[in-house]
Structures are given as C-alpha cells and as structure tokens.
Design a binder for this molecule. Structure first.
Ligand code: ATP
Length: 357
C-alpha cells in the first residue's frame, strides 16, 4: 500500500551492488525527504550512476532494500516503479516530433491520443517550448533538446524524478540556465528529484541535500552549506572546497571551539570533539589572506604562480606548510611571482577534518 504522506520519499537501506566480483556500490544507506532535490556527487567511478539506476529499477540490488514512498520496491521492475529518468544524452526519438516524444510515455501507457497530446503540450509549456512542439529534435539546440527530455519525464508525473548528469553536453552558459530552470520547476511542482553530477558547483547551486560519494560509499550527506563549511573528512574538503590539507595541533578545546596551532600561527576553529594533539586541517583557498611580509608575520611564503582572473587572483604559494592554493577577491594589492608574503589564516573557511596518523 502507498502511504500518501510519504509520497516522494526515498530510502536506501544497506544497499550493495556487485558486477561479478567487483563492488560498484558498497553497503550504502541514505534517505531523502519528499519534495527535495538531492544530488549524488562524487568523482568518476564512485558509484553515483549505479545508485541512480538502482532507484530506477534498471539495475538489480544484491543486498539491502530500496523504499520509494515507504513502499519496498527492491524486487519491482522499472515499469512497476513510479519514477522517470532524464539521461545525459537526451535519448529523444529522432523520427518523432517534439510533442510526440513528450507524449510517448503516455501513449505507451494507453492514454487516448488527444489527451496525451494535450498533456504533452502542457509539459512543453512548463519548459517554455510549446512553440516548437512540431519540430523534430534535430532542429533544436542542445539546451532545447534537454528541456524536451525534462518535459518527457515530467509528463508522467513521477513520484521521483531522476536526472543523470543532465547538463554535461551543454556549454557553460547554457548549463547554468538549464540548471536554474530544472531547480525552478522542481520547486514549483514540489517534485522529489535525485540528480547525479560530478560538478561541485552544480551540486552546491541546485541541491537541498548533497550525498557525497567516494569509492562506492557515502562520505557525507548534508545541506550544501554543511558539506562546504564542515566537511566530514579530507576527501570531502578537497573535492568540494579545493581545500589545502595541512598539519596542525589542537592546544585546548571546550568541546565547541578548539584553539589550534598551524605552523606557529594560532587560530580558533569549531570542534565538537574532546581530543587535543595532532590533527589535519582543511584550509579553503579563500581562508588564507595575503599581506606584505614583515617582522610580525609568523607564517611566510613565496608566490610561485600568480594568475589574474578578473574577479579574483589565484596564487600558488610555497610555504613551510607546503604548497598552498590561495584565492584573493581583493584586487587592490596584487603580488607578483617571486614576492615574499605573510599568510594570515582566517577561521571562516578552515575546518578540522580528522586526526593525524
Ligand atoms: P561516472 O561519473 O564516471 O559515470 P559513477 O560514479 O557514476 O562514475 P558508476 O558508473 O556507478 O560510477 O560505476 C561504479 C563502479 O562500477 C565503477 O568501478 C564501474 O567501473 C563499475 N561498473 C559500472 N557499471 C558496470 C557494468 N555494467 N559492469 C561492470 N562494472 C561496472
């Protein structure tokens, strides 16, 4: 029985998927609230697409259970699940018009032709393409084709909408546009959506929650802000924030704030643990300020690369902490290659990410 209150919720309970002897997804559990957009984010091969395909029923689960809307769907075929998927490659039928492509799923479900067409036109109106309904897919731009693919998925009014890297064939400007359109539609229609990407900025921009995957497991689940500001480990800090990972030491802690030393410089960082001693600290590129080196500066470095990008400067700095990647949005003082600089560590943008071996 479907529970209407849970409609659109999704849960993975200790799910494992193997291809032969190799594990593609390793004992993962997570849950998704109805009407939210959740991204599965991670590097190539981490198991995102396999996870999405298991939700769709396109891959069988070896161990564990999957629930959609509270209902156990683990053993159900793709056709028996109330989900639809938008693929990276659009997968439109070239010999059908745009309207026929969108109506296709409804015709297969034996809806009367007129009614299917009407609903297809409604879905095309939602994605702003009603005017192009009689064209063939080859007469559309990449962005328009992907909107047709979204309309084709939406017309089925799925309980969960699945999107597999839907923007990766679009150029940078179109990617931002279609990304924002997908998010607006999801919010407007109150859809539950699961969205696979390997692009951290896309995930931060579009998600209510991000599930970060690494090596077939879940590294962290949280809101974009939680993931960015309080990464659970070194992998998440590096993957999401391009953080510099350095050695540090907790001198004292009150269970909320830890007083840390990083190469002689003191900085207070959020910390809920009790331990003192050696730790690894993630410093985001924006968390390191640069100034003219003087006698009072405790941390000194030398600029080995300075790149002007209009809105920001990007520096590579050689220091006693190792090589650091630094981004400065203040452009009133630009340091050239070879300059000696004082490094100032800012608490916002730094996080303790684990004990040091
Ligand atoms: P990408 O971003 O490159 O698509 P991904 O995170 O989506 O990567 P998956 O495609 O889910 O990763 O793959 C997870 C693991 O399972 C990889 O090691 C991959 O090589 C393996 N794998 C995926 N599909 C198959 C298959 N059909 N047969 C054998 N191994 C597979």
């Amino acid at each position: 029985m479907k529970d209407l209150k849970q409609r659109g919720s999704l849960a993975f309970e200790r799910v494992t998927k193997r291809y032969g002897k190799s594990v593609a997804v390793d004992d993962i559990s997570f849950s998704i609230e109805p009407k939210t957009l959740v991204t599965l984010l991670g590097p190539s091969g981490c198991g995102k697409t396999t996870t999405l395909r298991m939700i769709a029923g396109l891959e069988r689960v070896d161990e564990g259970r999957i629930r959609i809307g509270g209902r156990d769907v683990t053993e159900l075929s793709a056709a028996e699940r109330d989900v639809s998927m938008v693929f990276q490659s659009y997968a439109l039928f070239p010999h059908m018009s745009v309207a026929e492509n969108v109506a296709y799923g409804l015709t297969v479900a034996r809806q009367p032709k007129m009614q299917a067409r009407e609903r297809a036109l409604d879905a095309l109106t939602l994605v702003g393409l009603a005017d192009l309904s009689e064209r063939s897919p080859s007469e559309l731009s990449g962005g328009q084709q992907q909107r047709v693919a979204v309309a084709r998925a939406l017309v089925l009014e799925p309980e969960v909408l699945l999107l597999d890297e839907p923007l990766s064939n679009l150029d940078a400007r179109m990617r931002t546009r279609v990304r924002d359109e997908i998010r607006d539609l999801q919010l407007k229609l109150g859809l539950t959506a699961v969205y696979v990407t390997h692009d951290q900025e896309e995930a931060l921009a579009i998600s209510d929650q991000i599930v970060v995957m690494n090596r077939k497991k879940i590294a962290q689940q949280g809101s974009p802000r939680e993931i960015f500001e309080a990464p659970a480990d070194e992998f998440v800090a590096d993957f999401i924030g391009n953080a510099n990972l350095v050695d540090g030491e907790i001198r004292s802690t009150d269970g909320k704030i830890a007083n840390c030393l990083i190469s002689g410089a003191a900085v207070d960082l959020p910390y809920s643990g009790k331990r003192t001693g050696a730790v690894r600290i993630a410093l985001r590129p924006e968390a390191i300020g640069l100034q003219v080196a003087d006698r009072d500066t405790s941390l000194i470095g030398e600029v080995s690369r300075a790149t002007y990008l209009g809105r920001e400067m990007q520096y590579t700095i050689q220091s006693e902490l190792g090589e650091l990647f630094v981004v400065c949005h203040r452009l009133d003082q630009i340091f050239p290659r070879g300059a000696q600089v004082g490094l100032q560590l800012k608490a916002h943008g730094a996080a303790i990410v684990g004990a040091r071996a």
